[in-house]
Design a protein around this ligand. Structure first.
Ligand code: IMP
Ligand code: MG
Length: 183
């Protein structure tokens, strides 16, 4: 595990080691297993992975949850560089046939919440039975929206981070620990 990494023009320092991330995911998966124990093969839960940042988190959850589920993905984006643009674009639309389904939105990180608000709105329009949010990370000081965040694996301060799926201009997703911008 390197103490510092350089991506493009910026240096990042070690922030959350992999073992600590995995422990936090164990705890969240345990809660999901309890809350969704009643799901059946006829009515599986939809695990909706938000690309690209949540892929590793979603994979780690998949290894730990035991109820019947279908894995789906979609992609909304709001970030350029290290800043939220405030405008949420749909790059890969939501999957079909969500009506009446129970959905778990799997997010890498909730920051301003613009993405999660847009996602909840889209799911409402699709008439899902229930939509909950499961995010690996939450920037608690920044998030001021009303959408309930049902499952939060870790809370972090308002800092820009990379690794474990999260990127800085597309680099850094394949780092197994989380690093923070070194300012
Ligand atoms: P929001 O719409 O402001 O909540 O931002 C959510 C999205 O922005 C996340 O799903 C990430 O893709 C990206 N994002 C937010 N904070 C960070 C960060 O610290 N590092 C990398 N990406 C981030
Ligand atoms: Mg994301």
């Amino acid at each position: 595990m390197e103490n510092k990494v350089k991506l493009h023009d910026k240096t990042f320092k070690l922030f959350i080691p992999n073992e600590q991330i995995e422990k936090a995911i164990d705890a969240v998966a345990e809660r999901l297993n309890q809350d969704y124990a009643q799901a059946t093969d006829e009515d599986p839960v939809i695990l909706l992975c938000t690309l690209n940042g949540a892929v590793i988190f979603a994979a780690e959850l998949l290894k730990r949850v035991h109820f019947p589920l279908e894995l789906k993905a979609c992609k909304l984006s709001s970030y350029e560089g290290t800043q939220s643009t405030g405008v949420v674009k749909t790059e890969v639309p939501l999957p079909a046939h969500l009506e009446g389904k129970r959905v778990i939105i799997v997010e890498d990180i909730v920051d301003t919440g613009n993405t999660i608000v847009a996602m909840s709105q889209l799911l409402k329009e699709r008439k899902v039975k229930d939509a909950r949010v499961c995010t690996m990370l939450l920037k608690k000081e920044v998030y001021k929206k009303d959408v309930k965040l049902d499952y939060v694996a870790m809370e972090i301060p308002n800092r820009f981070i990379v690794g474990f799926g999260l990127d800085y201009d597309e680099l850094g997703r394949n780092i197994k620990d989380i690093y923070v911008l070194d300012e």
